[in-house]
Design a protein around this ligand. Structure first.
Ligand code: TRP
Ligand code: SF4
Length: 404
Protein backbone atom coordinates (compact mmCIF):
# COMPACT_ATOMS: atom_id res chain seq x y z
CA UNK A 1 0.00 0.00 0.00
CA UNK A 2 1.34 3.43 -0.88
CA UNK A 3 2.01 5.81 1.99
CA UNK A 4 -0.72 8.28 2.83
CA UNK A 5 -0.59 11.61 1.08
CA UNK A 6 1.49 10.31 -1.78
CA UNK A 7 0.07 10.32 -5.25
CA UNK A 8 -0.84 6.71 -5.85
CA UNK A 9 -3.15 7.17 -8.77
CA UNK A 10 -2.96 4.87 -11.75
CA UNK A 11 -4.45 5.32 -15.24
CA UNK A 12 -4.54 2.88 -18.11
CA UNK A 13 -6.62 2.08 -21.15
CA UNK A 14 -7.27 -0.71 -23.62
CA UNK A 15 -8.38 -0.31 -27.22
CA UNK A 16 -11.63 -2.09 -28.05
CA UNK A 17 -10.61 -3.68 -31.31
CA UNK A 18 -12.27 -7.02 -30.58
CA UNK A 19 -13.19 -9.19 -27.62
CA UNK A 20 -10.64 -9.76 -24.88
CA UNK A 21 -8.40 -12.80 -25.43
CA UNK A 22 -6.00 -14.64 -23.16
CA UNK A 23 -3.12 -12.54 -24.48
CA UNK A 24 -4.85 -9.36 -23.29
CA UNK A 25 -5.70 -11.04 -20.02
CA UNK A 26 -2.20 -12.18 -19.09
CA UNK A 27 -0.63 -9.13 -20.70
CA UNK A 28 -2.60 -6.38 -18.99
CA UNK A 29 -5.92 -7.17 -17.40
CA UNK A 30 -4.64 -9.58 -14.77
CA UNK A 31 -2.19 -6.93 -13.66
CA UNK A 32 -4.96 -4.35 -13.40
CA UNK A 33 -6.94 -6.68 -11.17
CA UNK A 34 -3.98 -6.81 -8.80
CA UNK A 35 -3.38 -3.05 -8.96
CA UNK A 36 -6.91 -2.12 -7.92
CA UNK A 37 -6.16 -3.33 -4.39
CA UNK A 38 -3.15 -1.08 -3.97
CA UNK A 39 -3.76 2.02 -6.04
CA UNK A 40 -6.46 4.47 -6.91
CA UNK A 41 -7.16 3.13 -10.38
CA UNK A 42 -8.80 4.64 -13.45
CA UNK A 43 -9.24 2.09 -16.22
CA UNK A 44 -10.93 2.98 -19.45
CA UNK A 45 -11.95 1.67 -22.84
CA UNK A 46 -10.01 3.75 -25.37
CA UNK A 47 -12.70 3.79 -28.06
CA UNK A 48 -11.38 6.89 -29.81
CA UNK A 49 -8.01 5.22 -30.02
CA UNK A 50 -9.66 2.27 -31.73
CA UNK A 51 -10.99 4.70 -34.32
CA UNK A 52 -7.51 5.96 -35.20
CA UNK A 53 -6.89 2.67 -37.00
CA UNK A 54 -10.42 1.24 -37.36
CA UNK A 55 -12.20 4.38 -38.52
CA UNK A 56 -13.96 2.45 -41.28
CA UNK A 57 -15.31 -0.13 -38.88
CA UNK A 58 -17.11 1.73 -36.13
CA UNK A 59 -20.58 0.21 -36.38
CA UNK A 60 -19.88 -2.54 -33.84
CA UNK A 61 -18.00 -0.37 -31.40
CA UNK A 62 -20.99 -0.09 -29.12
CA UNK A 63 -21.15 -3.87 -28.78
CA UNK A 64 -17.43 -4.29 -28.30
CA UNK A 65 -17.36 -1.71 -25.55
CA UNK A 66 -20.13 -3.41 -23.60
CA UNK A 67 -18.49 -6.82 -24.05
CA UNK A 68 -15.12 -5.53 -22.95
CA UNK A 69 -16.53 -4.13 -19.74
CA UNK A 70 -18.11 -7.53 -19.09
CA UNK A 71 -14.71 -9.12 -19.74
CA UNK A 72 -13.16 -6.78 -17.19
CA UNK A 73 -15.79 -7.65 -14.61
CA UNK A 74 -15.37 -11.35 -15.40
CA UNK A 75 -11.63 -11.03 -14.94
CA UNK A 76 -12.17 -9.61 -11.47
CA UNK A 77 -12.11 -5.83 -11.78
CA UNK A 78 -14.42 -4.59 -9.08
CA UNK A 79 -16.37 -1.37 -9.64
CA UNK A 80 -16.12 -0.65 -5.92
CA UNK A 81 -12.35 -0.76 -6.06
CA UNK A 82 -11.55 0.99 -9.31
CA UNK A 83 -13.12 3.42 -11.74
CA UNK A 84 -14.05 1.87 -15.07
CA UNK A 85 -15.16 4.17 -17.83
CA UNK A 86 -15.28 4.91 -21.52
CA UNK A 87 -13.00 7.50 -23.06
CA UNK A 88 -15.55 9.05 -25.40
CA UNK A 89 -18.02 9.55 -22.57
CA UNK A 90 -15.61 11.90 -20.81
CA UNK A 91 -15.30 14.62 -23.44
CA UNK A 92 -12.60 16.36 -21.40
CA UNK A 93 -10.18 13.92 -23.07
CA UNK A 94 -10.91 15.68 -26.36
CA UNK A 95 -10.67 19.13 -24.87
CA UNK A 96 -7.28 18.47 -23.34
CA UNK A 97 -6.14 16.79 -26.56
CA UNK A 98 -6.99 19.88 -28.57
CA UNK A 99 -5.33 22.25 -26.11
CA UNK A 100 -2.18 20.16 -25.94
CA UNK A 101 -2.09 19.96 -29.72
CA UNK A 102 -1.37 23.70 -29.76
CA UNK A 103 1.95 23.22 -28.00
CA UNK A 104 3.05 19.88 -29.44
CA UNK A 105 5.72 20.10 -32.14
CA UNK A 106 4.88 17.91 -35.12
CA UNK A 107 8.36 16.41 -35.00
CA UNK A 108 7.69 14.95 -31.54
CA UNK A 109 4.78 12.98 -32.95
CA UNK A 110 6.54 11.97 -36.14
CA UNK A 111 9.43 10.43 -34.27
CA UNK A 112 7.36 8.25 -31.92
CA UNK A 113 8.46 4.76 -33.04
CA UNK A 114 4.93 3.31 -33.17
CA UNK A 115 3.96 5.86 -35.83
CA UNK A 116 6.08 4.48 -38.63
CA UNK A 117 5.98 0.89 -37.32
CA UNK A 118 2.21 0.67 -37.36
CA UNK A 119 1.95 2.31 -40.77
CA UNK A 120 4.38 -0.32 -42.01
CA UNK A 121 2.51 -3.14 -40.33
CA UNK A 122 -0.97 -2.08 -41.40
CA UNK A 123 -0.02 -1.29 -44.97
CA UNK A 124 -3.49 -2.07 -46.28
CA UNK A 125 -4.94 0.82 -44.26
CA UNK A 126 -4.41 4.45 -45.05
CA UNK A 127 -2.92 5.67 -41.80
CA UNK A 128 -1.64 8.98 -43.07
CA UNK A 129 -4.43 10.66 -41.12
CA UNK A 130 -4.33 13.51 -38.68
CA UNK A 131 -5.97 11.30 -36.06
CA UNK A 132 -3.37 8.59 -36.33
CA UNK A 133 -0.45 10.99 -36.09
CA UNK A 134 -2.13 12.36 -32.98
CA UNK A 135 -2.52 8.93 -31.37
CA UNK A 136 0.23 9.45 -28.78
CA UNK A 137 -1.03 12.93 -27.98
CA UNK A 138 -4.54 11.66 -27.36
CA UNK A 139 -2.95 9.11 -25.06
CA UNK A 140 -1.07 11.91 -23.31
CA UNK A 141 -4.35 13.71 -22.77
CA UNK A 142 -5.91 10.48 -21.43
CA UNK A 143 -3.16 10.25 -18.88
CA UNK A 144 -2.51 13.87 -17.91
CA UNK A 145 -6.20 14.50 -17.36
CA UNK A 146 -6.06 12.38 -14.20
CA UNK A 147 -2.65 13.47 -12.94
CA UNK A 148 -1.60 9.92 -12.08
CA UNK A 149 1.71 8.85 -10.61
CA UNK A 150 1.83 5.66 -12.68
CA UNK A 151 0.72 4.26 -16.01
CA UNK A 152 0.79 0.46 -16.15
CA UNK A 153 1.65 -0.48 -19.72
CA UNK A 154 3.57 -2.99 -21.76
CA UNK A 155 7.05 -2.26 -23.08
CA UNK A 156 5.54 -1.25 -26.46
CA UNK A 157 3.85 1.73 -24.81
CA UNK A 158 6.81 3.20 -22.95
CA UNK A 159 7.51 5.69 -25.75
CA UNK A 160 3.97 7.01 -25.31
CA UNK A 161 4.49 7.58 -21.60
CA UNK A 162 7.77 9.30 -22.41
CA UNK A 163 6.15 11.79 -24.80
CA UNK A 164 3.45 12.35 -22.17
CA UNK A 165 6.14 13.44 -19.73
CA UNK A 166 7.67 15.77 -22.28
CA UNK A 167 4.33 17.35 -23.01
CA UNK A 168 3.57 17.83 -19.30
CA UNK A 169 6.94 19.50 -18.87
CA UNK A 170 6.36 21.79 -21.82
CA UNK A 171 2.89 22.70 -20.61
CA UNK A 172 4.11 23.50 -17.09
CA UNK A 173 6.97 25.51 -18.50
CA UNK A 174 4.68 27.57 -20.72
CA UNK A 175 1.72 28.04 -18.41
CA UNK A 176 3.05 27.40 -14.93
CA UNK A 177 4.68 30.82 -14.73
CA UNK A 178 1.86 32.87 -13.36
CA UNK A 179 2.51 36.53 -12.48
CA UNK A 180 4.01 36.84 -9.00
CA UNK A 181 4.85 33.13 -8.85
CA UNK A 182 7.74 33.51 -6.39
CA UNK A 183 5.63 35.51 -3.92
CA UNK A 184 2.76 33.11 -4.15
CA UNK A 185 5.09 30.16 -3.70
CA UNK A 186 6.68 31.77 -0.65
CA UNK A 187 3.23 32.41 0.84
CA UNK A 188 2.44 28.77 0.27
CA UNK A 189 5.67 27.73 2.01
CA UNK A 190 4.58 29.67 5.08
CA UNK A 191 1.30 27.81 5.09
CA UNK A 192 3.22 24.60 5.67
CA UNK A 193 3.89 25.81 9.22
CA UNK A 194 7.18 26.61 10.98
CA UNK A 195 8.86 23.24 11.16
CA UNK A 196 7.67 21.90 7.83
CA UNK A 197 8.33 25.18 6.08
CA UNK A 198 11.92 25.07 7.24
CA UNK A 199 12.30 21.45 6.26
CA UNK A 200 10.81 22.18 2.84
CA UNK A 201 13.28 25.01 2.25
CA UNK A 202 16.17 22.77 3.26
CA UNK A 203 15.08 20.05 0.86
CA UNK A 204 14.56 22.58 -1.91
CA UNK A 205 18.07 23.92 -1.46
CA UNK A 206 19.59 20.44 -1.31
CA UNK A 207 17.84 19.40 -4.48
CA UNK A 208 18.50 22.56 -6.46
CA UNK A 209 22.11 22.97 -5.37
CA UNK A 210 23.24 19.37 -5.23
CA UNK A 211 20.62 17.57 -7.28
CA UNK A 212 19.85 15.18 -4.42
CA UNK A 213 16.89 13.13 -5.55
CA UNK A 214 16.22 11.98 -2.04
CA UNK A 215 15.76 15.58 -0.97
CA UNK A 216 13.33 16.07 -3.84
CA UNK A 217 11.29 13.07 -2.70
CA UNK A 218 11.28 14.27 0.91
CA UNK A 219 10.23 17.73 -0.19
CA UNK A 220 7.37 16.27 -2.25
CA UNK A 221 6.26 14.17 0.71
CA UNK A 222 6.09 17.24 2.96
CA UNK A 223 3.83 18.93 0.42
CA UNK A 224 1.65 15.90 -0.25
CA UNK A 225 1.23 15.11 3.44
CA UNK A 226 -0.06 18.59 4.15
CA UNK A 227 -3.73 17.92 3.64
CA UNK A 228 -5.12 21.43 4.04
CA UNK A 229 -3.27 23.04 1.11
CA UNK A 230 -5.30 24.16 -1.88
CA UNK A 231 -4.60 22.38 -5.12
CA UNK A 232 -3.05 25.54 -6.58
CA UNK A 233 -0.71 25.94 -3.61
CA UNK A 234 0.29 22.33 -3.82
CA UNK A 235 1.18 22.75 -7.50
CA UNK A 236 3.16 25.89 -6.69
CA UNK A 237 5.11 24.13 -3.98
CA UNK A 238 5.86 21.12 -6.14
CA UNK A 239 7.00 23.32 -9.02
CA UNK A 240 8.97 25.66 -6.73
CA UNK A 241 10.77 22.66 -5.25
CA UNK A 242 12.10 21.71 -8.66
CA UNK A 243 12.94 25.22 -9.64
CA UNK A 244 10.20 25.71 -12.21
CA UNK A 245 6.72 27.21 -12.21
CA UNK A 246 3.53 25.54 -11.08
CA UNK A 247 3.23 21.86 -11.91
CA UNK A 248 -0.26 21.92 -13.31
CA UNK A 249 0.19 18.66 -15.13
CA UNK A 250 2.00 15.82 -13.42
CA UNK A 251 4.72 13.78 -15.11
CA UNK A 252 3.72 10.13 -14.72
CA UNK A 253 5.94 7.10 -14.70
CA UNK A 254 5.42 3.93 -16.69
CA UNK A 255 4.70 1.02 -14.40
CA UNK A 256 6.29 -1.90 -16.18
CA UNK A 257 5.32 -5.27 -14.85
CA UNK A 258 6.92 -8.34 -16.31
CA UNK A 259 4.29 -10.10 -18.37
CA UNK A 260 4.59 -13.53 -19.90
CA UNK A 261 4.78 -13.98 -23.63
CA UNK A 262 1.42 -15.44 -24.61
CA UNK A 263 1.64 -17.42 -27.84
CA UNK A 264 -1.34 -17.81 -30.11
CA UNK A 265 -2.49 -21.06 -31.66
CA UNK A 266 0.00 -20.76 -34.53
CA UNK A 267 2.94 -19.95 -32.25
CA UNK A 268 3.07 -16.26 -33.14
CA UNK A 269 2.17 -13.71 -30.47
CA UNK A 270 -1.54 -14.02 -29.61
CA UNK A 271 -3.25 -11.21 -31.45
CA UNK A 272 -6.56 -10.57 -33.08
CA UNK A 273 -4.85 -9.56 -36.31
CA UNK A 274 -3.24 -13.02 -36.59
CA UNK A 275 -6.54 -14.76 -35.98
CA UNK A 276 -4.89 -17.08 -33.45
CA UNK A 277 -6.68 -16.19 -30.24
CA UNK A 278 -8.61 -17.85 -27.45
CA UNK A 279 -11.33 -15.66 -25.98
CA UNK A 280 -11.55 -14.88 -22.29
CA UNK A 281 -15.08 -16.30 -22.14
CA UNK A 282 -14.89 -18.71 -25.06
CA UNK A 283 -17.00 -21.84 -25.12
CA UNK A 284 -15.01 -24.70 -23.47
CA UNK A 285 -15.59 -27.11 -26.38
CA UNK A 286 -14.17 -24.61 -28.78
CA UNK A 287 -11.18 -23.99 -26.49
CA UNK A 288 -10.60 -27.73 -26.33
CA UNK A 289 -10.71 -28.05 -30.09
CA UNK A 290 -8.38 -25.11 -30.67
CA UNK A 291 -5.76 -26.29 -28.20
CA UNK A 292 -5.80 -29.86 -29.55
CA UNK A 293 -4.77 -28.57 -32.95
CA UNK A 294 -2.36 -25.95 -31.64
CA UNK A 295 1.11 -25.77 -33.17
CA UNK A 296 3.75 -27.88 -31.37
CA UNK A 297 7.50 -28.39 -31.79
CA UNK A 298 7.72 -28.86 -35.59
CA UNK A 299 10.53 -31.38 -35.17
CA UNK A 300 8.26 -33.72 -33.25
CA UNK A 301 6.51 -35.35 -36.18
CA UNK A 302 5.85 -38.83 -34.82
CA UNK A 303 4.82 -39.87 -31.34
CA UNK A 304 8.20 -41.62 -30.96
CA UNK A 305 10.24 -38.48 -31.85
CA UNK A 306 11.53 -36.68 -28.77
CA UNK A 307 10.68 -32.98 -28.68
CA UNK A 308 12.13 -29.73 -27.37
CA UNK A 309 9.67 -27.81 -25.19
CA UNK A 310 11.57 -24.55 -25.74
CA UNK A 311 10.63 -24.77 -29.41
CA UNK A 312 6.96 -25.42 -28.66
CA UNK A 313 4.29 -22.76 -28.07
CA UNK A 314 2.26 -25.24 -25.99
CA UNK A 315 5.13 -25.19 -23.52
CA UNK A 316 4.89 -21.39 -23.30
CA UNK A 317 1.27 -21.76 -22.27
CA UNK A 318 2.15 -24.48 -19.77
CA UNK A 319 4.57 -22.06 -18.16
CA UNK A 320 1.69 -19.66 -17.58
CA UNK A 321 -0.87 -22.20 -16.46
CA UNK A 322 0.82 -25.22 -14.89
CA UNK A 323 2.47 -25.94 -11.55
CA UNK A 324 6.10 -27.04 -11.06
CA UNK A 325 5.22 -30.70 -10.99
CA UNK A 326 3.38 -30.59 -14.29
CA UNK A 327 6.17 -28.57 -15.87
CA UNK A 328 8.69 -31.23 -14.85
CA UNK A 329 6.40 -33.91 -16.21
CA UNK A 330 6.25 -32.12 -19.58
CA UNK A 331 10.02 -31.57 -19.74
CA UNK A 332 10.76 -35.18 -18.92
CA UNK A 333 8.01 -36.67 -21.06
CA UNK A 334 8.55 -34.48 -24.11
CA UNK A 335 12.32 -34.79 -24.31
CA UNK A 336 12.20 -38.59 -23.92
CA UNK A 337 9.10 -39.14 -26.05
CA UNK A 338 7.54 -40.55 -22.88
CA UNK A 339 4.35 -38.60 -23.48
CA UNK A 340 2.55 -37.67 -26.65
CA UNK A 341 1.54 -34.12 -27.54
CA UNK A 342 -2.10 -34.91 -26.88
CA UNK A 343 -1.29 -36.09 -23.34
CA UNK A 344 0.67 -32.92 -22.85
CA UNK A 345 -2.10 -30.72 -24.21
CA UNK A 346 -4.80 -32.42 -22.16
CA UNK A 347 -3.19 -31.19 -18.93
CA UNK A 348 -3.02 -27.71 -20.34
CA UNK A 349 -6.60 -27.78 -21.58
CA UNK A 350 -7.79 -28.69 -18.07
CA UNK A 351 -6.16 -25.59 -16.62
CA UNK A 352 -7.16 -23.19 -19.35
CA UNK A 353 -10.75 -24.40 -19.39
CA UNK A 354 -11.06 -24.19 -15.63
CA UNK A 355 -9.85 -20.58 -15.70
CA UNK A 356 -12.25 -19.76 -18.51
CA UNK A 357 -15.09 -21.46 -16.64
CA UNK A 358 -14.44 -19.15 -13.71
CA UNK A 359 -14.66 -16.14 -16.00
CA UNK A 360 -17.84 -17.43 -17.58
CA UNK A 361 -19.43 -17.98 -14.21
CA UNK A 362 -18.58 -14.48 -13.04
CA UNK A 363 -19.74 -12.99 -16.35
CA UNK A 364 -23.14 -14.65 -16.28
CA UNK A 365 -24.90 -12.21 -13.96
CA UNK A 366 -23.70 -9.33 -16.14
CA UNK A 367 -24.57 -10.99 -19.43
CA UNK A 368 -28.08 -11.56 -18.15
CA UNK A 369 -28.42 -8.01 -16.97
CA UNK A 370 -27.10 -5.49 -19.50
CA UNK A 371 -28.76 -2.65 -17.61
CA UNK A 372 -26.62 -3.42 -14.60
CA UNK A 373 -23.51 -3.20 -16.76
CA UNK A 374 -24.70 0.08 -18.20
CA UNK A 375 -25.18 1.48 -14.71
CA UNK A 376 -21.65 0.44 -13.73
CA UNK A 377 -20.34 2.23 -16.80
CA UNK A 378 -22.44 5.31 -16.13
CA UNK A 379 -21.18 5.56 -12.59
CA UNK A 380 -17.57 5.09 -13.65
CA UNK A 381 -17.90 7.79 -16.30
CA UNK A 382 -19.40 10.15 -13.73
CA UNK A 383 -16.49 9.62 -11.33
CA UNK A 384 -13.95 10.01 -14.10
CA UNK A 385 -15.61 13.22 -15.26
CA UNK A 386 -15.35 14.66 -11.75
CA UNK A 387 -11.62 14.07 -11.67
CA UNK A 388 -11.21 15.31 -15.24
CA UNK A 389 -13.11 18.50 -14.53
CA UNK A 390 -10.78 19.42 -11.68
CA UNK A 391 -7.80 19.21 -13.99
CA UNK A 392 -9.51 21.08 -16.81
CA UNK A 393 -10.45 23.94 -14.48
CA UNK A 394 -6.77 24.28 -13.63
CA UNK A 395 -5.67 23.93 -17.22
CA UNK A 396 -8.09 26.54 -18.50
CA UNK A 397 -7.16 28.91 -15.73
CA UNK A 398 -3.45 28.47 -16.36
CA UNK A 399 -3.93 29.13 -20.06
CA UNK A 400 -6.14 32.13 -19.44
CA UNK A 401 -9.23 30.43 -20.83
CA UNK A 402 -11.36 30.66 -17.72
CA UNK A 403 -13.48 33.55 -18.93
CA UNK A 404 -17.23 33.23 -19.04
N1 TRP B 1 -2.20 2.91 -26.63
C1 TRP B 1 -2.58 1.98 -25.61
C2 TRP B 1 -2.42 0.55 -26.18
O1 TRP B 1 -2.54 0.35 -27.36
C3 TRP B 1 -4.00 2.18 -25.14
C4 TRP B 1 -4.15 3.47 -24.42
C5 TRP B 1 -4.84 4.56 -24.86
C6 TRP B 1 -3.61 3.80 -23.15
N2 TRP B 1 -4.78 5.55 -23.93
C7 TRP B 1 -4.03 5.13 -22.88
C8 TRP B 1 -2.81 3.10 -22.24
C9 TRP B 1 -3.64 5.77 -21.71
C10 TRP B 1 -2.42 3.75 -21.08
C11 TRP B 1 -2.85 5.08 -20.82
O2 TRP B 1 -2.23 -0.35 -25.41
FE1 SF4 C 1 5.01 -29.41 -27.16
FE2 SF4 C 1 4.08 -30.89 -25.19
FE3 SF4 C 1 4.32 -31.92 -27.66
FE4 SF4 C 1 6.47 -31.38 -26.24
S1 SF4 C 1 4.91 -32.87 -25.75
S2 SF4 C 1 6.16 -30.85 -28.37
S3 SF4 C 1 5.86 -29.56 -25.10
S4 SF4 C 1 2.97 -30.26 -27.01
Amino acid sequence: MAKSGQNNRVVSGIRPTGGTHLGNYHGALKNWVALQHEYECYFFVADWHALTTHYDDSADLDNYVQEIIIDWLAAGLNPNMCTMFIQSRVVEHAELHVLLSMITPLSWLERVPTYKDQQERLKKKDLSTFGFLGYPLLQSADILLYRPAYVPVGADQVAHVEITREIARRFNHLYGREPGFEDKANDAVRKLGGKNAKLYQQMRRKYQEKGELEALEKGKAIVMDHASLTLADRERLLGFLEGGGRNILVEPEALLTPTPKVPGLDGQKMSKSYNNTIGLREDPDSVDKKLRTMQTDPARVRRTDPGTPEKCPVWELHKIYSDEQTLEWVQEGCTTAGIGCIDCKKKLIERVVSEIEEMRTRAREYEENPEFVRSIIAEGCEDARDAARDTMDEVRQAMGLDYR
